[in-house]
Structure formats: C-alpha cells, structure tokens
Design a protein around this ligand. Structure first.
Ligand SMILES: NC(=O)c1ccc[n+]([C@@H]2O[C@H](COP(=O)([O-])OP(=O)(O)OC[C@H]3O[C@@H](n4cnc5c(N)ncnc54)[C@H](OP(=O)(O)O)[C@@H]3O)[C@@H](O)[C@H]2O)c1
Length: 261
C-alpha cells in the first residue's frame, strides 16, 4: 500500500492506521510530475493535495497542477500497476445552498477555485477509484482549525469566529479507520464525515470547553471575516449508500485532544 501526502494531517493518520504502508511525501514524489520509476503498490491512498483554499484563488493553476494533474499522475501509476485508488475529496465541491445534508447523488457545484480543482480531481481519479469526500479535517498535526484555536485561545480573551457556515468537523483518525471499511465497498463516491454538525463558532466553543481554555467566542459572519475564497454556508455530508458511519465530531475532538496532551 502506498500513501501520498505522508507529511499531511490525513497522510499521517493513514500511516498510523496502516503501519505496513509505504508513506511518501513531496520529497519522494512531487505529484505534479509523473511517478518516479520503481514505485510498487497494490493500492494507493492519495492524500497529497493543495489544501490552501484562499491561496487557490490567487493561483488556481498552481492548485490545479497539484490537485487535478497530480491526481491524474497518481491514477496513471495505479493504472500501470493494476492498483485501485482511494482519492480524498471535499465538501467544498458543493455550493452550500442546500439546507439538508448533501448526499452522494447531489450534483456538485463548487464556488471556489479549490473546490473546482477537487471536483476535477474526482474525475481524474478514474474508474477504479473510491472517491472519499470528507469535511473540516482536524488532527494532532499540521495546519487545522483545532490547532489554531488552541493557540489563539491560550493567548486571547476573545476571538471572532464565523457562525454562518455549518459542516461536520472530522477527526483524521476516525477517517483513517473508516478507510479500511471503504475498501470493502464498490468503487465510486462515498461521503464519510463525522456524525453531528456545527458552525465554526460552535466548534471553537467546544474546543475551548473541552481544553479548559477561558476564551470567549464572538460570533461573526463570513462577510465580516472577508476571506478571498467563497465557502459553502452549509456542507453537512451524509451517505445514502451505506458509507461507514463515523463517531460524532465531539468524540473526534476529545480523541484528538487526548492525543495532544
Ligand atoms: N483539510 C481539510 O479540511 C479537508 C477537508 C476535506 C477534504 N480534504 C482533502 O483531504 C486530503 C488530505 O488533506 P489534509 O488536510 O491532510 O491536507 P494537508 O495536511 O495540507 O496535507 C497535504 C499534503 O500534500 C502534500 N503536497 C502538496 N503538494 C504536493 C505535491 N505537489 N506533491 C506531493 N505532495 C504534495 C503536502 O506537502 P507539503 O507539506 O510539502 O506542502 C502535504 O503534506 C486532501 O485531498 C484534501 O483536499 C481536506
């Protein structure tokens, strides 16, 4: 088994879940280039990606090179090896106008450059692939909302957090474990995100409560925050096809905090 993006938060969690896998980083293979000679695998878990959502607005071609061409190069390797592929995708392929959970049969309509590259990446993964869409990933390493809140919450008495985007914060350890069950399912798109849902402000409050940090959350709107990339206002993911169910996001939060302390 080969894991790309080994230095990323999901890549690390997968490397823990599948300790016999070969986990490779950008230094081993920059996926914008064809695969180096000598890579062998029966299965590829592809997590390497451009994940800077705002940065993708400024450099959509750079994001596309990693997410679309990169996934194409990984799919080409899989095809030459006869190996199936797990390609991780995102709730940001949806426009967020729905007010009920997004199901696998819902049509994507990404509103950001990042979301568009991930939508094209899903197509580039080919037919012998599981497309695992998840959302709002967090883990004990890397850049994520949980780690940012822990840092800011220790420094400040109050922090402004967006309260008009709703999704499913998903612990990478839970997603990595669920990947095992996905491998038993037919190829295709699967929604695999934490149970429950919340806004970023609610998630921040839960983080401070669970971590015992005395920091108030001031609820603001997406417009007030003024980030470059549009984000879906509502991107709760659920499965209509029997994808593995994940624990509640609050259990994921507790599991992650337990890892950090
Ligand atoms: N983060 C989220 O909230 C979220 C939500 C839903 C879905 N996803 C998807 O889940 C997957 C994993 O996300 P993540 O949060 O684990 O991302 P991450 O922590 O940003 O890790 C991505 C990894 O990809 C590597 N990478 C970037 N460009 C590369 C290239 N050209 N060649 C090889 N490696 C490259 C990065 O290496 P460097 O450190 O060297 O840049 C990094 O280690 C991605 O497909 C992402 O789109 C993420």
């Amino acid at each position: 088994m080969l894991i790309t993006g080994a230095g990323g938060q999901l890549g690390r969690a997968l490397a823990e879940e599948f300790p016999d896998a070969i986990a490779i980083s950008r230094l081993d293979w920059d996926v914008t280039l064809p695969a180096p000679a000598g890579l062998e695998a029966d299965l590829v878990l592809h997590t390497a990606a451009w994940t800077d959502v705002d940065g993708a607005e400024e450099d959509p071609q750079g994001a596309s090179a990693v997410n679309v061409s990169g996934t194409g190069n990984v799919a080409a390797l899989c095809s030459s090896l006869g190996a199936p592929l797990v390609a991780y995708s995102t709730d940001y392929v949806f426009d967020g106008r729905k007010r009920e959970p997004y199901l696998e049969s819902d049509g994507p309509n990404p509103t950001s450059a990042y979301g568009r590259t991930k939508r094209h990446a899903e197509a580039a993964a080919g037919e012998r692939a599981w497309i695992v869409r998840s959302s709002w990933l967090f883990g004990p390493t890397g850049n994520n909302f949980l780690r940012t809140m822990l840092r800011l919450g220790a420094e400040r008495a109050e922090i402004a957090v967006v309260d008009d985007q709703r999704g499913c914060p998903t612990y990478v350890g839970h997603l990595a474990a669920a990947t095992r069950a996905v491998l038993e399912l037919p190829f295709g798109v699967w929604h695999v995100a934490a149970d429950g849902d919340c806004t970023w402000a609610e998630f921040a409050e839960a983080i401070f409560a669970e971590a015992g940090l005395d920091c108030r959350v001031r609820r603001i709107s997406t417009a007030e925050l003024g980030r470059p990339a549009p984000r879906p206002a509502f991107s709760v993911l659920r499965s209509e096809k029997g994808a593995p169910a994940l624990p509640h996001w609050r259990d994921g939060l507790r599991a992650c905090l337990a890892r950090l302390t």
